[in-house]
Write a protein that binds this ligand. Sequence first.
Ligand code: NA7
Length: 544
Amino acid sequence: MNANPSSSTRPEADFDVIVVGGGLGGLYTLYRMRELGLTARAFEAGSGLGGTWFWNRYPGCRCDVESLEYSYSFSPELEQEWHWPDRYGTQPQILEYIEHVADRLDLRKYVALNTRVLTATFDSATTLWTITTDKGDTVSAPYIVMATGNLSTPRVPDFPGLSRFQGESYHTGLWPHEGVDFTGKRVGIIGTGSSGVQSIPYLAEQAKHLHVFQRTANFILPARNAPMDPERERRHKATYRERRKAAYDTPFGIAGYPPPSKGALEATPEERDAAYTAKWGEGGSISFLYSFTDLLLDQQANDTAADFVRARIREVVKDSRTAELLCPTDHPIGTKRLILDTNYYETFNRDNVTLVDARNTPIECITPTGIRTSETSYQFDAIVFATGFDAMTGALREIDIRAGAGAEITSKWADGPHTYLGIMMAGFPNLFMVTGPQSPGVKSQMILAIEQHVNFIAGCLGHMQSEGFARIEADQEAEDRWVQYNDTVAQATLYPKANSWYMGANIPGKPRIFMPYVGGVHTYCQLCNDIVAKGYDGFTFSAI
Ligand code: NA7
């Protein structure tokens, strides 16, 4: 590391920093490292930049955070110049934005595409990380930043007979770049999370017949997507700086939603109905959760919002049996990620769409010609797996990360993730995570979370440069406290009541631990700032 005096005693490395991932997190890391005068190289498995937004090309894929919010904040020029065509960005629009940022900042040259990192090994004697890749590269650097994403390990359940299916099959998170034409085909889709809900209306328009296999009904709110309102864009851009700053003082990292002032049970039924109706009309998930203070804390309060949504579903879906099946009943609203839709419930009024109850008549196997449930055999030309991801820990656990005897990621996280702030792990010096588990990442505006983490990491490295440190490690005791604190915060809410990917519940055998920090972005940022102000409390620095 150029500016680090201790580097004189360290063997020569290929770079100062290895970055794993070429998505929004990896790119911003490259930018910040360059600003610090450090050499960095990112390794990206995809053939293009963009991470999540590179892979998820299924029809209808769209962000559930508004496009004026879901963008980098570090460049006022960029945010003024960029025009978002829609209220919520589509996958192609977001990918175009990411590529534009990479070009504008001249970051492409630092990214090795088509290169998957297989192992990362720390040598304590040299204080160097060495990675190996599927291309056969061996690359070393004193620091490694894992910008591997939270929803980047697509997962198809281990259905018996999977490999025998003779038709076409697709996972929403690995969608072919050339698109898929389902015209005239018999299509089955498994999964009704966000990916399923967004793609189902599009598949239904093409398919001869679409069968939707739903194991759990989810709470789905209207997105109310629309072309960008020029006046709204103008107003937003006029106050962008203030909004970005204010976002750090909000629970979800998004400013502009007045926080609720009273609990749902303090309101009259008429007041509640008026509040939910207004939010329903407005569209969006955060605004809905902001109807009252206690929706994620009190079951009875939560029931009032859940009842409201169930009533809307019954209004739209004509077939009463289908409507009842679509009504979520097994978890409090908001405890699984709320889904925003366009025309989802309406799609079940089409003659060519059938909802299959995969809870009471579970999928038993995939046959050469379709899907067999405990009740019926279905024949399909194509099956779409909208079955989600090994979320939050999957991408990191896929890399064989080792930092010495007993310090392997698989054993360290055998009973769930253990991190300090979601940024570092005890026993793994000089390894940083961007929006790792036990940080607010997935429970917030993701790009704000990325910037906050990368800024923390850059601040840390800057501190090390100026103090002459070569090694940083999270203290075991600080990590243990953080893991415990995360759990205490989560247990005070309704979140752990749902079988969500936040809980690892979507992967058989995965430890059931609530993984995101849900104390809010504002609280988390304050804690991080305090830790820095106390000289990086909970971290130990040393020269080589
Ligand atoms: P999700 O939200 O994890 O959804 C996966 C869906 O697949 C969900 O409906 C699952 O039902 C279903 N699933 C998984 N395994 C099975 C089996 N074995 N049988 C039937 N159904 C199954 O992933 P998405 O890609 O939709 O969304 C991920 C995030 O991306 C989303 O939250 C947004 O943040 C963006 P289950 O609910 O487990 O019963």
